[in-house]
Design a protein around this ligand. Structure first.
Ligand code: HEM
Length: 247
């Protein structure tokens, strides 16, 4: 039995800051009036019509379990295959970067240019992640509608992934010393961020599939875990990069 959102709220008032995470593919958008439901906040008892009248059935949004391509079109089995393939591809790209990067040596001017690109990509990608997380937090506090959070996440998707790709390329161009433990931790954090981002797509698909229905622990906990891994990975990589540049 899945506990309803009411039970979630009772025992865990401080819910995770980013149930949607940075994943863009999330879905059904509530469209009801009234102060509480209209904010789309997660702690809603949606058992049947309420004072605002019957709810509109969840609309399939692009990229969701009900309407989108990733992870769900063709069933869960195909979704799992797609995720497995994406994880393998991401890990392979990461491995190539890790193997090639230590052998790269640039002239000082080019290294400065690479560092500029690195920091620009950091601003673009991590900035987009933080924006989505901020909107998700506002949704949890009932300051934002779910539709807004989902639209923000979808819009941020290209920024996040292109920025991450740019970080990999420019980071490799900077020729990291991969014999350093801190650098290894940073690179693992980057890999974790990438794989977790793929996983977040599945997690948000599941969240979205619930639509206006009760938000169960089985959906909330993976979302909270993925959001936490994302934040830890980003901050670890940022702090180590900052530290290494000065020592
Ligand atoms: C989530 C991804 C990443 C983040 C958040 C990140 C963050 C940073 C930051 C904040 C700096 C410090 C820049 C400065 O203060 O001048 C930096 C430098 C650097 N990063 Fe990254 N980085 C990421 C990915 C990578 C990757 C994948 C590589 C290597 C393949 C890499 C290699 C480097 C190198 C070599 C430096 C210069 C350090 C030095 O000057 O000794 N970074 N990074």
């Amino acid at each position: 039995m899945n506990p309803s959102i009411r039970s979630v709220r009772r025992s865990h008032p401080a819910a995770p800051a980013d149930p949607v995470g940075t994943a863009p593919n999330s879905g059904p958008l509530p469209g009801t009036a009234g102060p509480s439901p209209d904010t789309g906040g997660p702690f809603r008892d949606s058992a049947g019509p309420d004072a605002d009248g019957p709810r509109r059935p969840p609309e399939p949004a692009p990229g969701t379990s009900s309407g989108g391509p990733r992870g769900s079109r063709g069933g869960p089995a195909r979704g799992a295959v797609v995720v497995a393939f994406s994880i393998t591809a991401t890990t392979a790209v990461w491995l190539v970067v890790v193997i090639v990067a230590p052998h790269v040596t640039l002239a000082p001017a080019w290294r400065t240019a690479a560092l500029f690109c690195h920091l620009t990509c950091l601003v673009v990608s991590f900035g987009a992640v933080l924006t989505v997380d901020w909107f998700s937090l506002r949704w949890l506090l009932r300051r934002e509608r779910l539709v807004t959070v989902l639209a923000t996440a979808r819009g941020a998707h290209p920024l996040i992934w292109s920025g991450l790709a740019g970080l990999l390329v420019s980071g490799a161009a900077l020729g990291p010393d991969t014999s350093s433990t801190l650098v290894r931790i940073k690179l693992l954090a980057v890999l974790a961020v990438g794989i977790n981002g793929l996983f977040l797509g599945r997690v948000s698909d599941r969240l979205a599939a619930g639509g206006d229905g009760p938000l169960a622990w089985t959906r909330l906990v993976p979302a909270a875990a993925a959001a936490t891994v994302s934040q830890l990975g980003w901050w670890t990589a940022t702090l180590i990069g900052f530290w290494n540049a000065r020592h």
